[in-house]
Ligand binder design. Structure first.
Ligand SMILES: O=P(O)(O)OC[C@H]1O[C@H](OP(=O)(O)OP(=O)(O)O)[C@H](O)[C@@H]1O
Length: 269
């Protein structure tokens, strides 16, 4: 009875708030039904990755185009530092707009939206992870941006999991935001070719010495906002394996299709 009247009070308060501060679309600022969502038009511009290669996370024309382990023709027979990868959306239209806002538009709140998509697309990867580790920013970029968008994605995924599995013993998922660190500042990769990305990133990351011990034998889910050539994720995953991780998987908010043809060479060089 008491719980019922409380939830009626909460609903009434929410309606009252909505009257004064109507919920707006995260992407275009237009009208939407609830806070933290996108409007119908922007929703149409979201391309969820339903069927994708389990290594490069690029879309497959149909599930039958993958081998028995879910790999596309390019990735089959190759070795990669991560065991499995997944992306929630294609880096196009609405997802691109939202990611740019989240990173460069001082909108850390958008991380919750992407975390929802990432949870939905990769419950298996999240379920088997001992810990979530974000791709780190160099401290100068962190000071400028004030947050690491990939660390926010980790935090939101862990939070959503805690809420959805309340009471279950294994519900807590560790997030170690500074397990990896970027000790050399690298410019933004956006304008670089795959080769340049690879060269720029060499030696830029390391496993933070005080966290080394927790890596041994663990299943680590590496989290980033965007996967393009795979250069960043490859270097990070490799470092984690060398530090003793049992396996590393990769989960990103969005997958770029442009430059994808260079993915394999970038990961292997
Ligand atoms: O798959 P890759 O080819 O490695 O590209 C993906 C990386 O590129 C971006 O990093 P960047 O260093 O450019 O970050 P910024 O947007 O904060 O400058 C992005 O945040 C990923 O970490």
């Amino acid at each position: 009875m008491r719980g019922g009247s409380l939830s009626v009070a909460r609903r009434t308060a929410r309606h009252a708030l909505d009257l004064f501060f109507p919920p707006v679309c995260l992407s275009c600022g237009g009208e939407t039904s609830r806070d933290g969502l996108v409007c119908v038009d922007c929703f149409r511009g979201l391309h969820a990755l339903i069927s994708a290669c389990r290594i490069c996370a690029l879309p497959l024309p149909a599930p039958g185009f993958a081998d028995s382990e879910g790999r596309c023709g390019v990735c089959a027979g190759q070795t990669f530092p991560w065991k499995q990868a997944a992306a929630a959306f294609l880096y196009e239209e609405t997802a691109r707009e939202l990611l740019l806002r989240m990173k460069y538009g001082d909108r850390p709140d958008i991380a919750r939206f992407f975390a929802g998509g990432m949870m939905h697309c990769a419950p298996d990867l999240i379920g088997r992870a001992d810990m979530l580790v974000p791709v780190p920013l160099h401290r100068t970029r962190f000071w400028r941006r004030r947050y690491n968008q990939s660390a926010l994605l980790c935090r939101e995924i862990a939070r959503a999991r805690r809420m959805s599995e309340k009471g279950e013993a294994n519900a807590s998922l560790h997030v170690i935001p500074d397990l990896l660190s970027r000790h050399r500042a690298t410019g933004t990769l956006a304008t670089l070719t795959p080769d340049q990305r690879q060269k720029t990133l060499q030696g830029a990351f390391h496993v933070t010495p005080r966290h080394r011990a927790v890596v041994t034998g663990r299943a680590i889910l590496l989290i980033d906002d965007i996967l393009t050539t795979g250069a960043t994720a490859s270097i990070c995953a490799d470092l984690l394996l060398r530090a003793g991780a049992r396996r590393v998987d990769l989960l990103v908010a969005a997958r770029t299709v442009r430059l994808a043809e260079s993915f394999e060479s970038s990961v292997h060089e």
